[in-house]
Ligand binder design. Structure first.
Ligand code: DWN
Ligand code: ZN
Length: 418
C-alpha cells in the first residue's frame, strides 16, 4: 500500500518513496535546518523567533526517485505566495513560445478549455486570451489567484487533486490542454495528481509538464534548487515509471534551458508509448549512474566544495573592504544564504524586481530587499547573483553598473566573477 503523503501536521517525515512505495530511502545530502524559502519577513517579525525546517534529500534505490526526506505542510508555504514570474522578460518569452508551440500541435477551438495548474498570476494563460478559448487557472495562492482573476484569467484557488478535477469537470467539461510548469516537484501525492489529470483531460487532449531535470541539477551543482517547496527531483526513469502506473504515454520529451535545465514533456492518455527521445535519455541516465546511490553520495562532496569556494571569496572581498550586495531574492537564494551562513555581515542588501518582496527581509538571514534601481544608485563593488538562472537577462539589464566597474559574482555551476 502506498503511504498517503499528505498530513495536517506542520512537518512530517517521508516513510516511503513517492513513486514506487519502497520503504528503504537513502539520505545523501543534509542542507541543515532552513526556513521556508519564500517566507519573507516584514520588519515587525524580525525580533520574533523563526521556524526552521529540516532539508534532507534521499534516493530510492528501487526506482531511482530523488525526494526530500520531510514534507512541510503546503498550506504553510503556498497560501500567500510572493513569487511571480511576470517581472522577468525571460519568463514572458518562455510562456509565449511554449503556447505557440502547443497551439501548432493542437487543433484548438473556441469552445475548448485550457487549464494551467500552478497558474500563479496567470502569465501563461494570458497568451490564450486572444485565441478566444476558455481558460482556467488553478493555484493555491489566494493572493495570486485574485490578481489573475482581476486581469481576466479565470482562476480558482486550490491545490490540484482528483477531487478538484471532478469538480471542474462538472462545471466546465474536460480540458483539451493541461499545463503544469514547475508544479510537479511541489506535489506530495503524485498518484492523486495524475488521477486528477486523467479525469480532467480530454481523451484527445495533451498534458504538458515542465520541471527541473535532476541531471542538470547534479551536473551543474544546482543544490540551491533543493528546498522544502520542491519535494521531488525527477530524472526521466522514475518519471516514466510514474506515467506507466497511470497508463499515460509520453509523446515528446525535450531538454530546455529554463531554471537551470528542465524537461518539457508532452503526455497523452491515448496510448502508452514512450517516445524515442525519452528512451534515449533513460539510457544515458543509466550509463551515468543516476540509478546508483554512489552518484548521489559524491554529489554531497561537490556541494561542500562549492560552499567553501564561495564563502572564501566573499570573506576575502569583505576583508579587502569591498561592498557586496545580493541580486535576486529568489527562493534558491535563501537556501544558498542559509546553507552558507551568509548574512548582513557580508551582503548589505539584496535588490529584486518583484514588488511584493521589496521592503521585506530574507527568511533566516534578515537581509533587506530593495528595488533593482538601488544597484546603479549605490554602485557597490560586487553583486552576488542569487538568481543565476536569469544571468543573461540580468547582466544585460545591468550593463550600466558593469560599465562603471561593478562586477557580478556567480557561484553556479562554479564560483566566478564576471
Ligand atoms: O519552482 C519554483 C520556481 C520556478 O520559482 C518555485 N518553487 C519558486 C520560484 O523559485 P525562485 O524564487 O528561486 O525563482 P526565480 O524565478 O529564479 O527567482 C528569481 C528572482 O530574481 C525573483 O525574486 C525575481 C528576481 N529577478 C530580478 O530581481 N531581476 C529576476 C529577474 C529576471 C530580474 O531581472
Ligand atoms: Zn521508488
Amino acid at each position: 500500500m502506498m503511504e498517503k503523503q499528505t498530513s495536517s501536521r506542520e512537518v512530517c517525515s517521508v516513510k516511503s518513496c513517492r513513486v514506487c512505495g519502497d520503504g528503504s530511502l537513502l539520505t545523501f545530502l543534509r542542507l541543515g535546518p532552513t526556513p521556508i524559502p519564500n517566507g519573507f519577513l516584514v520588519r515587525d517579525q524580525l525580533d520574533e523567533p523563526e521556524k526552521f525546517y529540516p532539508l534532507d534529500v534521499c534516493f530510492c534505490a528501487r526506482c531511482g526517485m530523488v525526494q526530500l526526506a520531510h514534507i512541510v505542510n503546503a498550506e504553510v508555504m503556498f497560501k500567500n505566495y510572493l513569487y511571480v514570474p511576470s517581472t522577468s522578460q525571460t519568463m514572458y518569452q518562455h510562456f509565449a513560445e511554449l503556447v505557440l508551440q502547443v497551439i501548432e500541435k493542437t487543433e484548438l477551438n473556441k469552445q475548448d478549455l485550457v487549464v494551467d495548474i500552478g497558474s500563479n498570476d496567470g502569465l501563461l494563460l494570458k497568451n490564450f486570451l486572444s485565441f478566444g478559448c476558455k481558460v482556467l487557472g488553478i493555484d493555491p495562492a489566494e493572493n495570486l489567484a485574485k490578481r489573475a482573476a482581476e486581469e481576466g484569467v479565470d482562476t480558482i484557488s486550490a491545490f490540484f487533486t482528483q477531487e478538484v478535477a471532478e469538480r471542474i469537470i462538472g462545471e466546465k467539461g474536460t480540458a483539451k490542454i493541461i499545463f503544469a510548469t514547475n508544479v510537479m516537484a511541489h506535489v506530495p501525492d503524485l498518484h492523486d495528481f495524475l488521477n486528477g489529470i486523467k479525469t480532467l483531460l480530454d481523451r484527445d487532449g495533451i498534458f504538458v509538464a515542465e520541471f527541473p531535470y535532476l541531471v542538470d541539477l547534479m551536473d551543474k551543482t544546482e543544490f540551491d534548487t533543493i528546498y522544502q517547496e520542491h519535494l521531488s527531483y525527477f530524472s526521466l526513469a522514475p518519471f516514466i515509471s510514474l506515467l506507466q502506473q497511470h497508463d499515460f504515454g509520453l509523446v515528446e520529451a525535450k531538454q530546455i534551458a529554463s531554471h537551470g535545465g528542465s524537461l518539457r514533456l508532452t503526455i497523452s492518455p491515448r496510448n502508452q508509448n514512450i517516445c524515442q527521445e525519452a528512451q534515449d535519455l533513460v539510457v544515458i541516465e543509466k550509463k551515468r549512474g543516476f540509478l546508483q546511490p554512489e552518484t548521489y553520495l559524491n554529489f554531497g562532496k561537490k556541494v561542500d566544495r562549492n560552499r567553501y569556494a564561495l564563502v572564501q571569496l566573499l570573506w576575502r572581498l569583505r576583508e579587502e573592504g569591498k561592498s557586496i550586495v545580493g541580486y535576486g531574492a529568489s527562493a534558491k537564494g535563501n537556501v544558498m544564504l542559509n546553507y552558507c551562513r551568509i548574512g548582513r555581515e557580508t551582503l548589505d542588501y539584496i535588490v529584486d524586481s518583484i514588488p511584493y518582496k521589496q521592503g521585506k527581509f530574507t527568511p533566516g538571514t534578515h537581509i533587506p530587499i530593495y528595488p533593482e534601481n538601488k544597484l546603479t544608485e549605490d554602485q557597490p563593488d560586487y553583486a552576488f547573483l542569487l538568481a543565476w538562472n536569469f544571468a543573461e537577462e540580468i547582466l544585460k539589464k545591468q550593463d550600466v553598473y558593469r560599465q562603471k566597474g561593478g562586477k557580478f559574482i556567480i557561484n553556479i555551476p562554479t564560483v566566478k566573477i564576471t
